[in-house]
Design a protein. Structure first.
Length: 249
């Protein structure tokens, strides 16, 4: 740590002064050997081609067979096949932290909940999921990261009882949960960053109103600029008409 070298302070003291977590300071990324080689080659090319941006560097790597194509995240073919779930952290005007449980349907892009609380345990997650299932049924799969609320016994037991597959992404690979990461980015940019919450009730009311607007008013580019609610309604109508014609025939 440069501050320690320059001042002679211990890591613990330097972290306390800067507000940095000691575990973060001491963390060393564990990267596969292939990634280390690729990182080194990127640095070499960047030094050789100082005016090249990342796109040209990537093209050079691709020509040498070092760059791999990014595989798109497969989108489900119907509602309730896959939900994605995550937590977003924020703070009240008082500085007290709040926790937001977000959940979306990967097919319709509907935001199924943004539950706001000071803390949300694994047991509380199961209760929230049960409340969602009351009006739309249980999903086939729920995709999450490996946070303690999602790997606890309570959620595992709940999933077993309701026939739900829990699909955990790899640690440090948020792109494997791209649908919820994309939603969380919009949620933070359009809601959390735009408001200053005086208390948790104010946060819940504001976030609930934003969620309703997101589902019912906000056009979504991935849905051909329909809102999630419009897309879901159109899919249900088309699916029911298709089933009706099958019965008639």
């Amino acid at each position: 740590m440069l501050m320690c070298d320059a001042t002679g302070l211990s890591q613990r003291r330097a972290c306390r002064l800067t507000g940095l977590s000691l575990s973060t300071c001491r963390y060393e990324a564990q990267r596969p050997a292939a990634d280390a080689h690729l990182s080194g080659r990127i640095i070499e090319l960047a030094l050789e081609r100082r005016r090249f941006g990342y796109r040209r560097i990537w093209q050079l790597l691709r020509r040498k067979g070092l760059a791999t194509e990014r595989l798109p995240l497969l989108r489900p073919a119907a509602p309730n096949l896959t939900w994605s779930m995550d937590f977003v952290m924020d703070a009240l005007a008082t500085g007290r932290r709040i926790k937001c449980l977000t959940c979306v349907d990967d097919f319709t892009k509907e935001c199924l909940t943004v539950t706001v609380a000071f803390g949300i345990s694994g047991v509380q997650v199961t209760r929230i999921l049960d409340s969602i299932a009351l009006f739309r049924g249980y999903p086939a799969t729920i995709r999450t990261d490996q946070g303690p609320e999602f790997t606890c016994r309570a959620l595992d037991q709940w999933a077993f009882e309701h026939g739900v597959e829990l699909r955990l992404i790899q640690p440090g690979k948020p792109t494997q949960n791209g649908f919820i990461e994309s939603f969380n980015g919009r949620f933070r940019d359009e809601c959390l960053n735009e408001h200053w919450f005086s208390d948790v009730s104010h946060a819940r009311k504001t976030i609930s109103e934003w969620r309703q607007d997101y589902n019912e008013c906000r056009p979504h580019s991935a849905l051909n600029y329909q809102t999630p609610s419009e897309f879901a309604a159109a899919w249900r109508k088309g699916n029911s008409e298709s089933e009706g014609s099958d019965i008639t025939n």
